[in-house]
Design a protein around this ligand. Structure first.
Ligand code: ZN
Ligand code: ZN
Length: 143
């Protein structure tokens, strides 16, 4: 079998690509980054000097933001813990007191709850209620 003449193969190439930089000469090389075709080192340098040589942007998957409950301060009590307050026997009994309910309503609408609590700690029903709340919260945190 006769060895294949390489030059014959080259002649058979029907598809040639023009240089993507000068658009005149037949391209012989490919840019390894953006795969643009170029004919010579000169054209490659021109190509690299421009800003057209860019890797195709990878498709970034956009994940939906997950809503996370953010604690405003370290002292903020976990909402789940606050829920357990409603099941505590002492607290439920306290809440049957009309006077305490009134105080709590005022506390709710108070612009300065800290100050309100301080002022009302001499109310036995109120101070007792606060202690009961703290007891439940502490209990939960020990776990
Ligand atoms: Zn060229
Ligand atoms: Zn390139």
């Amino acid at each position: 079998m006769a060895p294949v003449d390489k030059s014959d193969l080259d002649m058979n190439v029907t598809h040639t690509f023009k240089c993507g930089v000068c658009n005149e000469n037949e391209s012989k090389y490919k840019c390894p980054v953006c795969l643009v075709r170029y004919c010579s080192v000169a054209c490659y340098k021109t190509h690299k000097a421009g800003d057209s040589c860019k890797k195709p942007e990878p498709v970034v998957e956009v994940k939906p933001k997950v809503d996370v409950y953010e604690y405003e301060t370290e002292d903020t009590v976990n909402p789940e813990k606050l829920q357990t307050l409603g099941y505590d026997f002492d607290i439920r009994r306290d809440l049957e007191n009309q006077h305490l309910r009134q105080l709590l309503t005022q506390l709710n609408s108070s612009t300065n709850p800290d100050e309100f609590i301080k002022e009302n700690m001499n109310e036995p029903i109120f101070s007792e209620f606060v202690l009961h709340c703290l007891a439940v919260v502490d209990e939960e945190e020990d776990e």
